[in-house]
Design a protein around this ligand. Structure first.
Ligand code: ZN
Length: 144
């Protein structure tokens, strides 16, 4: 059972998190926390127009939240904001146990978490934080 939860890829991202660094110059950032587990993250994004030029995270928490954050930064790098938000939606569906319409790459390794409902919040924390960084109400106003 634990093997399913902590697949090799998840462990690898946990041990060697990608894009885990401060981002003082980031154009958008947001903080997120999962009180149930004690996970807390800051996600920073630099936008080039509507495209995600770079994304990084800081923070601490369980292996799932850290690995998911690491995978997220790799998955959304270079995507448009709309595509990044759509990808987050696809991961949500995967974690609800729905079959994805396409291969989600490394994110696919989080599939097994669908069977551990208490950990789904851990896996989604980086994505909800990213959504807040990309689409805070104030920024939406500015873009109009
Ligand atoms: Zn957690």
């Amino acid at each position: 059972m634990l093997d399913e939860l902590y697949q090799d890829l998840i462990l690898d991202h946990h041990r060697r998190p990608r894009n885990k660094r401060p981002c003082p110059a980031c154009s958008c950032r947001a903080e997120g926390a999962n009180a149930l587990c004690g996970d807390s993250l800051v996600v920073g994004v630099s936008l080039d127009g509507e495209r995600i030029a770079s994304v990084s995270f800081e923070g601490q928490g369980c292996a799932i939240s850290q690995a998911s954050a690491s995978m997220m930064t790799e998955a959304v790098q270079g995507l448009s904001v709309a595509d990044a938000l759509a990808l987050g939606g696809e991961l949500r569906a995967l974690l609800r146990g729905e079959a994805p319409a396409r291969d989600l790459g490394d994110l696919q390794s989080l599939e097994g978490i669908a069977r551990f409902p208490v950990r789904i919040k851990c896996a989604l924390l980086p994505w909800t934080t990213l959504e807040h960084a990309l689409a805070p109400p104030a920024a939406r106003e500015e873009r109009r």
